[in-house]
Design a protein around this ligand. Structure first.
Ligand SMILES: Nc1ncnc2c1ncn2[C@@H]1O[C@H](COP(=O)(O)OP(=O)(O)OP(=O)(O)O)[C@@H](O)[C@H]1O
Ligand SMILES: [Mg+2]
Length: 253
């Protein structure tokens, strides 16, 4: 079995990464009902679970802590035992939603530092790509997870920005760092919550191809207010149409 196609969604805070990741998960699971799909909420601030309508009980950080405690307790245990333990606990942390699997990184209690769980996530992605056909990673805002090589194995990097200068600059920074640290095959930009005309102005300044433009989506705002999931959006919702267009531009749909 060949390794998974791994899509990561990155960009400035609040530009629509989570909404677009959720739309990807829905579109991919509808288009490829037999594919093994994993959705990863890599943002410690959490969001993708709500967007997909799942409530994670065990997170990757819980797995990390449990495995660390186990290794300390059973000093002298073989590497094989430890790996088997990790795999079992990971399997327990994975939830089923809308025909795909879901895993959340979780929120480490130690103030400020996500290094340990980020390092873990990097290894887990490497481990899990053998078990899935498609992986969608909703990453943390900014460039940190690219810097820490968490997204190293990503094959398709989707940068999201709104119409702001800062959004465009963060997307470009992520791209520049990813050029060094991510082994991606394809990369492109989705400009979210803007009109076509505004997006064209962006396209001329960006150095990654424009994949699609998504306008203001009233249905998406309503989802948030009512606490509903992406599966409640109408099929012709702008966010679903725009995300589908981006996936087609990447030859994934
Ligand atoms: N095209 C759109 N039209 C209307 N509202 C949108 C659109 N895209 C996203 N939103 C809304 O904007 C807000 C931020 O979106 P989202 O949470 O997806 O961004 P994010 O990049 O994941 O944010 P964070 O960096 O905080 O994780 C949400 O309330 C979402 O519903
Ligand atoms: Mg988010």
């Amino acid at each position: 079995m060949s390794d998974a196609m791994i899509l990561a969604v990155a960009g400035k805070g609040g530009v629509g990464k989570t909404s677009i990741s959720a739309a990807m998960v829905r579109l991919l699971s509808e288009a490829y009902p037999t594919a093994r799909i994993l959705a990863v909420d890599a943002d410690p601030a959490v969001g993708l679970s709500t967007a997909l309508g799942v409530e994670p009980r065990t997170t990757l950080d819980d797995v990390r802590k449990a495995v660390a405690a186990e290794v300390t307790e059973r000093a002298g245990g073989g590497v094989g035992d430890i790996l088997a333990g990790v795999r079992q606990r990971l399997a327990d942390a994975v939830l089923r939603v809308g025909g795909c699997d879901f895993l959340a990184i979780g929120r480490p209690e130690a103030a400020g530092c996500y290094c340990a769980v980020n390092a873990y996530l990097r290894q887990v992605i490497s481990l899990m790509i053998h078990d899935y056909d498609l992986v969608v990673v909703d990453s943390e805002a900014g460039v940190e997870q690219v810097n820490r090589r968490v997204l190293e194995k990503v094959t398709h990097l989707v940068l999201v920005t709104d119409g702001s200068r800062r959004g465009a600059r963060v997307a470009q920074t992520v791209k520049r760092v990813a050029d060094e640290l991510v082994l991606y095959e394809r990369c492109g930009v989705i400009v979210n919550r803007v009109t076509e005309a505004d997006a064209m102005a962006f396209a001329e300044t960006g150095d990654a191809p424009l994949l699609s433009v998504i306008g203001e989506d009233a249905g998406q705002i309503e989802l948030d207010i009512l606490g509903k999931s992406v599966f409640d959006l109408p099929e012709d919702a702008p966010i679903l149409r725009g995300t589908a267009e981006a996936l087609r531009a990447l030859d994934i749909l």
